[in-house]
Ligand binder design. Structure first.
Ligand SMILES: [Zn+2]
Length: 146
């Protein structure tokens, strides 16, 4: 069934306007192919609405979340600073013990280690180990071990 000459408003892709078209033929009573009366282009009848371009979907600015750069965990070595402070505050009468793994130390003891030098006992653990602040880092040392 072909009906020629019937007018219909349709969106013309070339003119990019809703214009009067001529129906070239209908399918099941619905305009199927039309011809633009303005530019003469023949095209499929798409109704009066411009085709929605999927790619034209505008993303809202900020919709794409920029991944936060994972801040590298910077471990600040405060040992030298603290060590210097302790040395500075240490009275001249403070007893310094030579470190030996067989000895037992307690918090605030000052030890002299053959390798690491002067250290300050900061913590004790189960009478078997001590956390010692040396001038470069805090080290875990054994003690009371025979
Ligand atoms: Zn046209």
């Amino acid at each position: 069934m072909t009906i020629v000459g019937e007018n219909i408003d349709a969106y013309c892709l070339k003119c990019k306007l809703i214009l009067s078209h001529v129906i070239l033929f209908k399918v099941d009573g619905v305009a199927h192919r039309v011809k633009c009366k303005t530019c003469g282009a023949e095209h499929k009848y798409r109704g009066t609405m411009p085709p929605i371009k999927k790619t034209a979907a505008v993303r809202k600015p900020g919709a794409v979340r920029a991944k936060k750069p994972v801040a590298e965990k910077v471990t600040v070595n405060t040992a030298p600073l603290l060590w210097n402070l302790k040395i500075h505050n240490m009275g001249p009468s403070k007893a310094m013990r030579n470190y030996s793994i067989k000895e037992t130390y307690k918090v605030n003891d000052v030890i002299n280690h053959p390798v690491f030098g002067i250290g300050f006992v900061e913590e004790t653990f189960w009478d078997k180990s001590i956390s010692v602040l040396f001038n470069d880092s805090v080290k875990l040392m054994g003690m009371n071990i025979n």
